[in-house]
Design a protein around this ligand. Structure first.
Ligand code: HEC
Length: 162
C-alpha cells in the first residue's frame, strides 16, 4: 500500500470515529457537561466568641440606657442579652448560663420595670460579676467585664425619647 492510500484510510477511520461519537452524543449516551452544582447553603452558625462580642455590645448599651433612664431601651437590651444567652445555653448545654447570669438578669428586669436607678446599677454590677464568674469557670478568666467608662456608640442617642 502506498503512502497516499494509508493517509486516505486513516482519514476514513478518523471520520468514522467522529461520526460514532457524534451519534452517541445525540442519543444522550455521552453525558453532556453539567454546570457544577452550587454548594448547599449552610445556615450561619455564630461561634461562642461571636455571640459574646454581641453580648459585650448589649452589656455596654444596657449600661448607658439605664444610666440615662431610657427604660424602653434598657428593656430591649435585656431581651437581646437573654436571646444571646439562650443561644449560648443551647450551645453549651446544662445550666451554666442560668447559674451565672440568671438571677442578675431577673434583678435587672425588675429594676427596669420599676424604673429604679439604684437597683439597676446594683444589678448591673452583679451581671458583670456573673459574666466574669463564667469566664473563670470556663478557663477564660482573662476576659474581665466591668461598668463601661466611656460611651463608645457615639452614633446612638441614649437619652429617653418622647
Ligand atoms: C456560660 C458562660 C459565660 C457567660 C455567662 C458569659 N460568658 Fe463571655 N465568654 C465565655 C467563654 C467560654 C468565652 C470564650 C469564647 C471563645 O473564645 O470561644 C467568652 C468570651 C467573651 C468575650 C470575648 C469575645 C471576643 O471575641 O473578644 C467577651 C467580650 C465576653 N465573653 C463578654 C461577656 C459578657 C459581657 C457577659 C455577660 C453579660 C458574658 N461574656 C457572659 C463564657 C461566658
Amino acid at each position: 500500500m502506498n503512502v497516499r492510500a494509508k493517509v486516505v484510510i486513516a482519514a476514513i477511520g478518523a471520520a468514522a470515529l467522529f461520526l460514532g461519537a457524534l451519534a452517541a452524543y445525540a442519543q444522550g449516551s455521552v453525558a453532556s457537561p453539567q454546570p457544577p452544582a452550587a454548594p448547599p447553603e449552610e445556615p450561619y452558625q455564630p461561634s461562642l466568641s461571636d455571640i459574646m462580642a454581641h453580648q459585650q455590645e448589649r452589656h455596654i448599651k444596657l449600661w448607658f440606657a439605664g444610666h440615662f433612664g431610657n427604660w424602653p431601651l434598657a428593656d430591649y437590651e435585656i431581651g437581646e442579652l437573654n436571646d444571646g444567652f439562650d443561644a449560648v445555653s443551647k450551645m453549651l448545654g446544662g445550666d451554666i448560663v442560668k447559674q451565672h447570669v440568671g438571677s442578675p438578669l431577673d434583678a435587672l428586669q425588675k429594676a427596669v420595670d420599676g424604673k429604679d436607678n439604684a437597683a439597676f446599677a446594683a444589678a448591673f454590677d452583679k451581671l458583670s460579676a456573673g459574666c466574669n464568674a463564667c469566664h473563670h469557670a470556663l478557663d477564660h478568666a482573662f476576659i474581665v467585664i466591668a461598668r463601661p467608662g466611656a460611651r463608645p456608640y457615639s452614633d446612638q442617642i441614649f437619652l429617653p425619647q418622647k
